[in-house]
Design a protein around this ligand. Structure first.
Ligand code: EPZ
Length: 430
């Protein structure tokens, strides 16, 4: 298994451009199943999760081909409506094919996605939404199936929690339903808005995305969207901005939508960073000393849970005591153990971590347990004294394209290594 080796203490400098958002690209790729004609998407980041979604679409009978930075998606013949556990286990976002397939074919069956490192991650709100639209939902051990042989019918749906995935899945199911659907207490994330824009570019009638109430008027058919580019990845942007503060650097991050970064920029200012925002770029200058502050993760527009682990790295080196409260997932402090190995002083009680800042972290061998925890450990390694060796790199590759190379270009002393194969079996000479 590959590892990332970082030698800390190196300042970063220059500019880095952010890619299209993973969490916008994945639902948009799934939504292309809804159209009777081809769609083309541009600048989709070639990260692991996108490759998995491509594999999933092909397994459903979709034709994919790439031309430069354009991905062409064409639904030719009849669609396969079953996705196995091997795929839904590998990537939770696979369940985003449920809404489109149910709407398009009247049937979908997926391997029930398991939990993952950050929590149980049930899909009850997705299934409740499909049932409200008239589908029969059946759960069998390891499988879940939804059927709507006579099509779906619009309805009023209230989400107990503003779940991003449930909002997206129900929206995609409702666009071809008979009549109007309203989703109340909907997720407001920018990626939900981007999906709504993509659906509308296919001829759907979605209004109110980005607010708590989304209204979808069902239509008879959708046409493919051409040359659609998903929004820039606010989480990748946030990761580079935090890297600048962690390494005491001056850095410009380009291809961003500043509005999407409001909570992140507010917290970076609170720890003392100087930030200049121009139309599609942010320049950040690290403070001499990082100030302590408190973070509470919330659904958008609150502080994003996906930035909790990366941001915590700054608080481990801040002057004074900080607290981080994770309200979105029930088990998203797996990076704490690893940061402790680097000398961080963190105490976790329930959903709150209390952090006493230390002058400097110390490099150590650590393990990435999920995508954002992995990114956090890279940032910790950039700031730490000495060498850090990070295992579990595949988690990072799921959501960050060429993170190591881009940090190298900014001046970081970081590289990806293939550890010498540890010999197995008995090596004593016969
Ligand atoms: C999306 O996951 C993102 N993934 C996650 O990013 C992100 O952390 C999360 O939204 C929150 O912003 C993609 O967009 C592909 P949720 P999702 O449904 O849709 C509970 C990353 O790092 N819940 O908003 O799965 C759930 O258990 C990933 O890029 C239910 O109880 O998140 C969680 O506690 C990680 N029942 C909370 O809601 C349901 O039916 C938020 O989950 C659905 C969710």
């Amino acid at each position: 298994m590959q590892q990332i080796v970082v030698v800390g203490g190196q300042r970063l400098q220059g500019k880095v451009a952010v890619h299209a958002a993973k969490n916008a690209a994945l639902p948009i790729m799934a939504a292309s199943l809804l159209a009777s004609s081809p769609s083309s998407l541009r600048e989709i980041p070639p990260i692991e999760d996108v490759e998995t979604m491509k594999e999933l679409l092909v397994s459903l009978g979709v034709d994919l081909f790439e031309e430069g930075d354009t991905l062409h998606i064409r639904v030719q013949g009849p669609l396969n409506t079953q996705a196995g556990y091997d795929l839904t286990r590998k990537m939770r976002a696979s369940i985003l094919i449920m809404g489109p397939l149910l709407a398009r074919t009247g049937r979908v069956e997926v391997g029930m996605p398991g939990g993952c490192a950050i929590g149980a991650r049930p899909i009850d709100l997705h299934l409740k939404g499909f049932a409200a639209l008239g589908a029969e939902v059946e759960e069998r051990p390891g499988w879940v199936e939804a059927r709507a042989p006579r099509g779906l019918k619009g309805n009023h749906i209230y989400l107990d929690y503003p779940s991003v995935g449930a909002t997206e899945n129900i929206m995609m199911a409702a666009v071809l339903a008979k009549g109007t659907t309203t989703i109340e207490n909907a997720a407001e994330e920018p990626e939900v808005v981007d999906l709504a824009n993509f659906l509308n570019s296919m001829g759907a009638r979605v209004q109110g995305a980005g607010t708590r109430v989304i209204r979808i008027e069902g239509v008879g058919e959708l046409q493919g969207a051409s040359s659609y580019t998903p929004i820039p990845d606010r989480l990748e942007a946030g990761t580079f901005l935090v890297a600048a503060v962690a390494t005491g650097s001056l850095l410009t991050v380009t291809n961003v939508i500043p509005d999407h970064l409001a909570a992140i920029l507010a917290k970076l200012r609170e720890v003392g960073a100087a930030i200049e925002v121009e139309d599609d770029q942010v320049t950040i200058e690290a403070p001499a000393r990082i100030q302590a502050t408190n973070i509470k993760t919330l659904p958008y527009p609150g502080f994003p849970t996906d930035m909790q682990a990366p941001f915590m790295v700054l608080l481990t080196m801040a002057d004074g005591e900080s607290t981080v409260t994770e309200t979105v997932f029930e088990n998203r402090f797996r990076h704490v153990e690893e940061l402790r190995r680097m000398g961080a002083q963190i105490k976790v009680e329930g959903s709150t971590a209390t952090i006493q800042g230390v002058p400097r972290l110390k490099g150590a061998p650590v393990v990435a347990t999920d995508l954002r925890a992995g990114a956090a450990l890279v940032l910790a390694g950039l700031a730490a004294e000495g060498q850090t060796v990070i295992s579990g790199v595949h988690h990072i590759d799921r959501g960050y394209h060429r993170l190591v190379e881009r940090l190298q270009q900014l001046g970081a002393r970081i590289q990806r290594v293939q550890p010498l194969g540890v010999p197995t079996g008995d090596l004593t000479p016969q």
